[in-house]
Ligand binder design. Structure first.
Ligand code: C5P
Length: 357
């Protein structure tokens, strides 16, 4: 069915949710590594990374939108080879190309300026957060997004939340609090080990402030994007191009400002910096698909799964120590996320076990 596309026979809805979970786990690890592996003086500019991210997402979305213009997509484009797609794409100034540009610049495109600005702020805050917090603490605290997303869904999308969902949200906040206690110990560890070599002293207060603000922009921007997207049937990829276009101005400003003081905007772009940008681009595109075929609340569930993945990876990669408070906090967060995402009107847990007869 057109409303339920598939990838290799699997529903796109589930493929995108699983991809997002893996992407989230990979992003916080690679991003953290890219920031702390070099001394601050030799590290790349987050502003340039944010700009690059928006540019690439915009370009990719534009090509996908182009491939979906009716006269181009007579053959399903995911069945075509790359060169076939390139050959079939309309050249500039041909009617399909102009029609797409007209769609992008339609009268309501300004609506995307709000989530665009919020996402640029969020993507910049994320760099501050991952540079100042251990990977797992960042991931778990970022779960507060579920709380802000719920609040904005109620306010903007007029969703109603049952009392069990509000209770699970309280537990979510509690779990996040427990994990914060754990990070105090990690801070001493990080400062101690940074003493003799790289002066990458992490500042949990700065990190937690950044991640809390990012949770607000994430909730508001995500719900706002969902509202605009589901408000009419403009193509998702056209919406993404509009989002990227409006992101360019706020993303470009800090790069231009910094270029007066620094030599080259892409100085110190190590392989891990490029990998960070690539994973972010993938994340942005998959997030858009998740918002379209599921919603922001399901997105929260997918990303909470990524905590387990990134936690296991940081134990192996960063000598991260499991403390009882981390286990307690993380399990509370996961349990709350699970209760929150149980289908409405589902059977109470104990009622599943019924005695026939
Ligand atoms: O953490 P959260 O799920 O809110 O992050 C969403 C990410 O996806 C942001 O980095 C944002 O820039 C990106 N995004 C996007 N296109 C959309 C929606 C989100 O690139 N349509």
């Amino acid at each position: 069915a057109p409303g339920n596309p598939t990838v290799c026979g699997l529903p796109l809805k589930y493929v995108s949710l699983v991809t997002l979970a893996v992407q989230n786990a990979a992003l916080s690890i690679v991003m953290h590594y890219s920031r702390v592996s070099t001394p601050p003086a030799q590290s790349y500019s987050p502003a340039s990374a944010v700009l690059l991210n928006e540019l690439l997402k915009g370009l990719i979305s534009f090509f996908i939108a182009l491939a979906r213009v009716p006269s181009v997509s007579q053959q399903p484009w995911h069945r075509m080879s790359f060169s076939q797609i390139l050959g079939a794409l309309p050249y500039p100034w041909t009617p399909p190309f102009i029609a797409l540009c007209a769609d992008v610049l339609s009268a309501d495109c300004w609506k995307l300026s709000i989530p665009a600005l919020l996402y640029v702020i969020q993507n910049s805050l994320q760099f501050v957060a991952v540079s100042n917090l251990p990977v797992a603490s960042f991931q778990v605290t970022y779960q507060l997004k579920i709380l802000t997303t719920a609040a904005f869904s109620v306010a903007l999308l007029r969703r109603r939340l049952t009392s069990s969902k509000w209770v699970s949200l309280l537990f979510l906040a509690l779990g996040v609090g427990i994990v914060q206690i754990q990070s105090q110990t990690t801070r001493e560890h990080a400062v101690g080990s940074a003493h003799d070599s790289a002066p990458n002293v992490m500042s949990p207060l700065k990190g937690f402030t950044a991640v809390t603000l990012a949770c607000f922009t994430s909730g508001l921007a995500g719900v706002y994007f969902e509202m605009v997207l589901k408000g009419n049937n403009t193509d998702l990829w056209v919406r993404n191009v509009q989002l990227a276009l409006f992101s360019l101005v706020p993303a470009l400003l800090p790069v231009v400002y910094a270029s007066n003081t620094h030599s080259h905007p892409f100085r110190n772009f190590t392989p891990s910096a490029w990998a960070t940008v690539a994973i972010q681009v993938l994340g942005g595109l998959v997030t858009a698909v998740v918002i379209k075929y599921s919603d922001n609340i399901m997105k929260g569930f997918a990303t909470s799964l990524s905590i387990i993945l990134s936690f296991l990876a940081s134990v192996a990669l960063f000598d991260f120590h499991i403390t009882p408070s981390f286990v307690l906090g993380a399990s509370t967060v996961l349990g709350a996320t699970w209760v929150y995402n149980r289908p409405e009107g589902g059977e109470p847990l104990l009622a599943i076990v019924t005695i026939p007869g």
